[in-house]
Each structure stands twice: as structure tokens, then as C-alpha cells.
Design a protein around this ligand. Structure first.
Ligand SMILES: [Fe+2]
Ligand SMILES: [Fe+2]
Length: 186
């Protein structure tokens, strides 16, 4: 674990590194509550923004070359690609093989239908970790600790409202993830 922490500390700026530590700790707590391996959750939190400091041009280039594009809006909003590209590079550069970890990193920005528990944990931990000072996040934080699925649904709702207010396009995977969660919760 320590080697990954050191590596990400070097790779990310300080704010982003502290955010990753916050995600790791939050993910570890949520993992214990949801019968997920807490160490894998911590590791995924540390690694989730591995693709974050890659330029937009390179994100698009790597994604196109490796068929990682799932929605054309990713080309106009390349930050959406730091998940898929990050997961791809974690496997290629660091030899991370664990499918759940790679899935969690890959879909931490958009979510996806049938996302595994570790993926759900990283999605919501990314939003609610203690360094995040977003308005209205406290309710989502409480809910996520009570019920992971309801927490993630509320987290997706929160993110989509923000995306709509900014007049940004919605990623199709987020819509599908939301519909899937609505289905299993109700
Ligand atoms: Fe991210
Ligand atoms: Fe993040």
C-alpha cells in the first residue's frame, strides 16, 4: 500500500492527493459497513484519480487508441475520460489486475448500471470525502453511511442537477446507472 501512496503523492498536486486520502478513508469505512474488503477499498481510493493530471489532448488520444470512449460527449468533455484512462494506465503501468479495483476507478465519474459494490463505494466516497466542501453534501453523506445504494442514487441526482445547471451534456452511463438504482431501490 505504501508504495502506491508514495507514488500518488508524487503524481498529484497536494490538494488532489489529500482528496485521494479522504476518498480512501471514506471508502474504507463504507467497505466495512457493506462487507467489502476494506483494504481494496482504501487502495481504490488512493488510485482513483490516477488519470487526473493527464492533459485533455492526451486523455482523448489514449482513449481513442485503446477504444475507451463509451459516449461521444467524452470528446467534448475530456475530464470524463480520467476514469477510464486512469484504469487503463493502472493496469498497463502498475500491473494492477484486480477487476473490481479497475472497474471502480474506471466508472468513478459516471457510474454505470450493475456497478459492483466497490465501484459504488468509490463513486460516493469521491463526492462525500471530508475535504469536499460542497453545499448540501451533508445529507448525502449521512444517507450513504445508512444505505449505500440510496446514497449513490442521491449522489448521482446531486451531480446531475449540477451538470444540468451548468448546461453540460449528461453522460449516458449516468442516466443508465440512475435508472438501474431506481429500479433496485423501489
Ligand atoms: Fe476523479
Ligand atoms: Fe476524485
Amino acid at each position: 500500500m505504501d508504495k502506491y501512496i508514495t507514488l500518488l503523492k508524487e503524481k498529484l498536486d497536494n490538494k488532489r492527493f489529500l482528496h485521494s486520502l479522504g476518498v480512501a478513508e471514506t471508502a474504507q469505512e463504507l467497505a466495512i459497513k457493506n462487507e467489502v474488503d476494506p483494504e481494496l477499498a482504501y487502495l481504490s481510493g488512493i488510485l482513483h484519480d490516477y488519470g487526473k493530471n493527464i492533459s485533455c489532448e492526451n486523455l482523448i488520444k489514449i482513449a481513442e487508441n485503446n477504444k475507451l470512449i463509451t459516449d461521444e460527449i467524452e470528446k467534448k468533455n475530456p475530464f470524463l475520460l480520467h476514469g477510464p484512462v486512469g484504469a487503463y494506465l493502472l493496469e498497463k503501468e502498475l500491473g494492477i489486475k484486480n477487476r473490481e479495483v479497475l472497474e471502480a476507478v474506471r466508472y468513478h465519474t459516471t457510474g454505470k448500471p450493475n456497478l459492483g459494490k466497490l465501484g459504488l463505494i468509490i463513486y460516493i466516497a469521491d463526492l462525500i470525502e471530508p475535504n469536499r466542501r460542497l453545499t448540501g453534501i451533508e445529507t448525502i453523506r449521512k444517507l450513504a453511511y445508512q444505505d449505500l445504494y440510496k446514497g449513490v442514487l442521491t449522489g448521482i441526482n446531486y451531480t446531475l442537477v449540477h451538470v444540468i445547471e451548468q448546461n453540460q451534456p449528461i453522460h449516458s452511463l449516468s442516466i443508465d446507472a440512475r435508472n438501474w438504482l431506481l429500479d433496485i431501490i423501489n
